[in-house]
Design a protein around this ligand. Structure first.
Ligand code: GLU
Length: 327
């Protein structure tokens, strides 16, 4: 995971200054005091970071689509145009973010992708192709997820993706496979105890997320820094370039685990039902994916994955969300 490089940069600078000082007669005179390197160096923001306009209007609320989590019922049919195309290719194209601790991240010992979302994708590949490893990962930021599905550059998105009416205008979803709640992450003893304390403070959120929409709607007095990925938010919090990060408790738990100086605070601000994102018009694949989710809820796999990745950070009470069907 990315960590701030400031101590290293300062050490390198000190070495360079020491080397220059040891160069004998050719050594240029030391810089005048006014041009000396300041003792505090403001670290650069992560690439793609944008200080959002505080006064920008929240996005319009999408038209009501009924229960957005209601999906297509599995029918046991194991073929169809989209399923057959994946089988003919021999690999499932899965869009996710490799910097999301607990969900999809590079295992430092093996270098391979691991986490709850990765294992959900593997269960799908197991059922579709008979091989949990028959996956080609495509790296996606939060903001890229719907576009990747619309343009068919992936078969599925498995990336802490909330099902909602706005997204259902352009893509479709499996049934819910995990429930999360938006909360706030801050550094310990910051005095910030929740959303209300973010008025006049700077908050980091990833662009293209439900988390950004919620902050704009519910705390318009916060100043917002948007970044491409949640790992970037941990970096800017550690560098004290923001006062807090706000997104799903699941994602925040992954950040908090990486830095014990941070803590998740305040009440739940929303309910986020995670679905596997699928291109519109892929009904055969939607029913198949929902069949896999039925299997893993019933055969103990979901519990095993929850225990493996999430229980120590999120608590013991979780059960898989009950599927809801529209037909
Ligand atoms: N669940 C939220 C969303 O889908 C935030 C998580 C993420 O960006 O991966 O927008």
């Amino acid at each position: 995971m990315r960590r701030p490089a400031r101590p290293l940069a300062l050490a390198a600078l000190a070495l360079a200054v020491a080397a220059t000082a040891a160069c004998g007669d050719d050594t240029p005179p030391p810089p005048a005091p006014s041009t000396r390197v300041p003792s505090y160096i403001e670290p650069p923001l992560p690439s793609g970071a944008v200080v959002a306009q505080t006064q920008s209007a929240p996005p319009p609320v999408a038209p009501d689509c009924g229960d957005p989590t209601a999906s297509l019922r599995p029918n046991g049919i194991r073929s169809g145009p989209n399923i057959d195309a994946i089988r003919a290719r021999g690999r499932l194209l899965v869009g996710l973010d490799p910097g999301s601790n607990l969900f999809s991240f590079r295992d430092p010992t093996t270098g391979t992708l691991a986490g709850f979302d990765v294992d959900i994708a593997k269960e799908l590949a197991r059922d579709l192709l008979g091989d949990p490893a028959a996956i080609e990962y495509r790296i996606l930021s939060s903001a890229d997820r719907e576009k990747a599905l619309v343009e068919h550059t992936v078969d599925v998105v498995v990336k802490t993706m909330t099902i909602n009416c706005q997204r259902r205008q352009t893509v479709t979803f499996s049934t819910s496979y995990l429930q999360a709640h938006q909360r706030v992450l801050t550094v310990r003893d910051s005095g910030i105890a929740g959303l209300t304390d973010l008025a006049g403070k700077r908050v980091c959120v990833a662009s293209g997320t439900t988390s950004l929409d919620l902050i704009r709607r519910q705390q318009p007095a916060a100043s917002v820094l948007t970044v491409p990925g949640w790992a970037d938010c941990l970096v800017v919090l550690q560098q004290r370039q923001v006062d807090a990060v706000s997104t799903d408790d699941t994602v925040l738990a992954g950040l908090a685990e990486q830095d014990p100086a941070t803590e998740v605070v305040g009440p739940n601000l929303s309910t986020e039902q995670y679905g596997i994102g699928i291109s519109k018009g892929s009904d055969d694949l939607v029913r198949f994916v929902n069949g896999t989710l039925e299997r893993i809820r019933a055969d103990g796999t979901w519990d095993r994955l929850y225990q493996r990745w999430l229980v120590s950070e999120l608590g013991t009470a979780a059960i898989p969300p009950a599927p809801r069907y529209q037909d």
